[in-house]
Design a protein around this ligand. Sequence first.
Ligand code: ZN
Length: 168
Amino acid sequence: MAIREILTVPNPLLKQVSEPVAGVDDELRALMDDMLETMYDAPGIGLAAIQIGAPKRVIVMDLAREGEEKQPRYFVNPEIVWRSEETSGYEEGCLSVPEYYDEVQRPSKVKIRYLNYRGEAIEEDAEGLYAVCIQHEMDHLDGVLFIDHLSRLKREQAVKKVKKLKAA
Ligand code: ZN
């Protein structure tokens, strides 16, 4: 396993639409292992492959709280098959937009379909932080960042802040 560099805004790769993967093999598992290690090191609760420069529809996540046992989750070719009409707001952050947080409204509940680490097809309901995180990460697969849900002014402020942070 290896810790990879996390791309930050305004890196144009983050706007790229990621490609579905053909299947879960050892090479893909090695990528997911690297992604998980990179996410834990950051630290963060979710990471999409494009954030380390790999344009594949792959996500890792761990929503365990500090002190709890780790609960790594892996999502290959995830799809949202149902969204609730009800929405909730959550103050989001992103490893690609470090040190910037703002509230985003998203459907409160979703039903998702994906392949797991072993390549098994899973269908699952998500709500609460899980629903927020999976929707945030799935946006990355389509080249969308959480700041794209904000006003243009806020988005520009966020990018400016990150540029300054990176230059320091
Ligand atoms: Zn993110």
